[in-house]
Design a protein around this ligand. Structure first.
Ligand code: FCB
Length: 445
């Protein structure tokens, strides 16, 4: 906080002029107004008993669809440069659906906030399926429709959010929509999303868009020990979370022969997938400690992992955890960024942190302030180490529908009372506003 003597003694070091500060949300998690759009796989999933822990749905969520003006005012009050939101494909498929984003973009620009839309954040129209190759072409068509309407005012675009989680949680383990438990038979879902990304990059560029990225989730993988079985399991997990999604995009190839398991003309598809990016978005939350399989089912971070997986996810000891149980390891962000720079060199375009945040209860959220403070310093260390990072987006503006956890996890800088829809900025909102103000003063001066 501004009046915290520690913060005054050690202000967050200045980031480069032009560094892009923002916050992120996603359509399904905040918009509500489910009656003003087609259903998505998430509507079907939440309708199945037992899928969402508190039995809730996102039919109303933060009612952002009706309260966007108030939410844009919160963004303006925070002083962010940019707002990352997602466009709901099922809403765009409904008559008048694009009008909502058209108004939102105008309101953001009027408030001096740059709109940064993500074209897919997991809410696939319910009649589509990422196991089908055709979904990639449909995504490109939908992307053309959106850029055709918003491209005169939107410069910065994100194709997909976290295809890794959507593949692993949604199609391999089944803890997210569409709830499939295909384990390694889910690999085509990764390929088709990556292909969709590449086709969308082409569609956006054909429409004149020139600042295109993706938001991939990545994190360091820490082996549980130096034993060969643990090292091997950790390396495999690193392939699944990091390399499987980074390397087709950045290098035009799948790691470790995984291309042989993908459907279609993989060599031709990789040319599309590796269309050069203007920047590379990374969502970072925590590292993962991974060891050899233990032959038993494991519950971790709200996810059940079956015994047959070739690795086991283990607790990182000696670090604080969020209310979600996720470890708080800011230095993991520095490690991740320097590892990516070392691995991919010139093939890695400028990086933007497209999500980073934590779930904690309460309005006086000092733990969130500590989390964000630590991660901003860690990000600055990556800059000092020579990684080209151009922006940072906090997850999230508002408490919202946190997927299979329902409303039980609060990631917002702004508290939402879901009974009344009242918004109340938390201590972290004021803290971030002051940090951004200080950054502007220092980079100007
Ligand atoms: C990310 C998702 C985002 C939110 C945060 C907590 O994996 O992209 O929608 O759920 O985690």
């Amino acid at each position: 906080m501004a009046n915290d003597p520690r913060a005054a003694a050690h202000p967050i070091p200045p980031f480069p002029a032009g560094f892009l500060w923002g916050v992120s949300t996603s359509a399904h998690q905040i918009e509500g107004a489910a009656d003003a759009r087609e259903p998505s796989v998430w509507d079907a999933f939440t309708a199945e008993p037992g899928r969402v822990k508190d039995g809730s749905t996102a039919a109303v969520a933060c009612d952002h669809y009706h309260r966007h003006t108030e939410d844009v005012a919160l963004l303006a009050g925070l002083g962010v440069d940019a707002y990352r939101f997602s466009v709901s494909w099922p809403r765009v498929n409904s008559p008048g659906g694009l009008d909502f984003y058209d108004r939102l973009v105008d309101e953001l620009l009027a408030a001096g906030v740059r709109p940064v839309p993500t074209l897919f954040h997991w809410d696939l129209p319910v009649d589509l399926d990422w196991l089908e190759r055709d979904t990639a072409s449909r995504f490109a068509e939908y992307s053309s429709t959106v850029v055709g309407r918003l491209g005169d005012r939107v410069q910065k675009w994100i194709t997909l959010n976290e295809p890794a989680e959507h593949t692993l949680l949604g199609h391999a383990l089944g803890t997210h929509a569409p709830g499939k438990q295909l384990l390694f038979d889910a690999l085509p879902v990764a390929h088709h999303q990556l292909l969709a990304h590449g086709l969308a990059v082409q569609a956006l560029r054909a429409a004149g868009a020139g600042d295109i990225g993706i938001a991939n989730s990545h994190g360091p993988t820490w082996p549980a020990s130096q034993e060969p079985a643990d090292l091997e399991a950790a390396a495999f997990y690193d392939v699944l979370l990091n390399r499987l999604f980074a390397e087709p995009l950045l290098l035009g190839e799948y790691p470790e022969g995984l291309g042989d398991l993908m459907p279609g003309d993989v060599a031709a598809d990789l040319k599309v997938i590796s269309e050069p990016l203007d920047w590379y978005g990374i969502n970072y939350y925590a590292p993962t400690r991974v060891g050899a399989p233990q032959g038993t089912e494991i519950e971790f971070g709200g996810i059940t992992m079956p015994a047959e997986l070739p690795f086991s996810v283990q607790e990182i000891e000696g670090v604080p955890v969020t209310d979600f149980g996720w470890p708080v390891v800011p230095e993991g962000l520095t490690e991740l960024l320097t590892t990516f720079r070392d691995r991919y060199g010139d093939r890695l375009p400028p990086v933007v942190i497209t999500e980073n945040g934590c779930s904690y209860e309460g309005l006086d959220d000092q733990a969130r302030i500590a989390y964000l403070d630590g991660h901003l310093r860690a990000l600055h260390r990556a800059l000092e180490a020579g990684v080209d990072v151009r922006g940072y987006f906090v997850w999230s503006l508002l408490d919202n529908f946190e997927w299979a956890e329902g409303y039980a996890r609060r990631f917002g800088l702004v508290h939402v009372d879901f009974a009344t829809q009242e918004r109340t900025p938390k201590a972290s909102y004021a803290w971030l506003r002051d940090v951004l103000g200080a950054q502007r003063t220092r980079t100007r001066g």
